[in-house]
Design a protein around this ligand. Sequence first.
Ligand code: NAP
Length: 525
Amino acid sequence: MTITGEMLIGASAVRGTTKILHATNPATGEVLAPEFHGGGAAEAERACALAEAAFDTYRNTSPETRARFLESIASGLEALGDTLIERAHAESALPVARLQGERARTAGQLRLFASVLRDGRWQSATLDSALPERTPPRPDLRLQKIAVGPVAVFGASNFPLAFSVAGGDTASALAAGCPVVVKAHSAHLGTSELVGRVIQKAVADAGLPEGVFSLLVGAGVAVGTALVAHPSIQAVGFTGSRSGGLALVQTANSRPQPIPVYAEMSSINPVFLLPAALAARGAQIARNLVDSLVMGVGQFCTNPGLLLAVESPALDVFRQGAIAALAEKAAATMLTPGISQAYDNGVAQLSDIEGLRRIGSGQTASGPNQARPALFETTAERFLADHRMEAEVFGPSSVLVVCRDHEEMLAVARRLEGQLTATVQADAGDRAEAGSLLTVLERKAGRVLFNGYPTGVEVSYAMVHGGPFPATSDTRATSVGASAIERFLRPVCYQNVPAELLPPALQDGNPLKVWRLTDGQLARD
Ligand code: NAP
């Protein structure tokens, strides 16, 4: 498949008329062909009009039709073979093995939503029988969830496959029955086009309306802002910076009809190291934590950017182990020059804070856009007094906060902003402390994990990749896992609707054989 530098608007390939964009290899600085011509408000308008025109037909396709459509996208991605991996590698500097794993995850995610569709619980079909003899009589009430409408998706820089054009936002929106208009991330334009063409072909092969999917390209804010402001768009999925996410929330809230923005933004993912665990396996935890910190050059939203422990001899073993492990870690190329510069600035800002000491470093950079890993240390007292230490530094940097006692650790936990994850390293002797922490952490994070490391997000039914602000803009949602579909659905109650007009999931006899709650009883037939 050839990359042409065009946008994909419905069934057409369109050359934009605004600024010319290039993808760049961050490892070499090489400008990658071809040129992309960005679009503007006119292209956003065309894509949204097509999405609106497609909506009723698409949302009324059977769950089986949409399941097969998602599966054909998964197969199409796999069929791209090395072409996709080589382009993604050139545009992101992410290792080939990592990208192969990410492709498998992306295909697996699409197939998970196919299973979700077939299972039918996503519809929340609920029937309350009429009670005509009751005073007052109860009408016949039937509830199902339906698609919200066309969805705008902003691809993330740090997962060019799994959180991008065919990533979790797109997969869950398409599963729900929502047409999708993607704004490609400017860091991986060629990868975006390759994946976009797979989806475009899957739309045609399935005989779906062309407006089910479009892919827009554009630098800066024009295309993205026009997309979110468009009256046909009914929800937004975004992964990126806090400033970008908040700008889109503001655009969405300024519309005559405000719409939800599901923005995943910033998180420092605290890791609490409890005393018995540290005493038993401090050196091992140090090695594993450093591996988690530098994985993917720290460019994971779940990167462990904050470590907390009570001062003790065991903490010193941990500290020395972490410093030694970090010293062996090479500097590595980040995703874009901008992200690399932001990392250097973030580390420099931490270095300037009084009372925050750099205690560990990885090896020095030897090429362009490389990040040198960094470990800082401070006391809980100083951390509580200075909010700057809590800022996300996107990359392999972490701050160790040393607490006087468990009460002080709890005080830090209570003060933290919302997080995607919170981790507790605890052994049997830590049970009381772990219990008191869990009570605080379940209010702070979308996922609380014990005796593990926060990087590595399973795509499954129970996963939550979300959390209170600023981890996300909507604390009720997850952007990974089967529940991600909930963001793009809304409930409708059908009251005394004639049998012949009821949607299939709510008809007598349950023709779709979906799970339904009928007069309080859950059954599939
Ligand atoms: P970003 O700057 O927020 O960009 C993400 C996407 O949103 C891009 O498509 C971008 O357009 C668009 N965008 C940004 N600001 C916008 C605005 N005001 N209006 C409309 N569209 C807007 O994120 P990034 O480029 O991926 O990385 C920059 C920083 O984001 C990183 O240094 C890191 O701090 C953070 N980040 C966090 C996570 C996370 O998971 N928490 C993931 C990735 C990045 P363009 O393509 O034209 O730039």
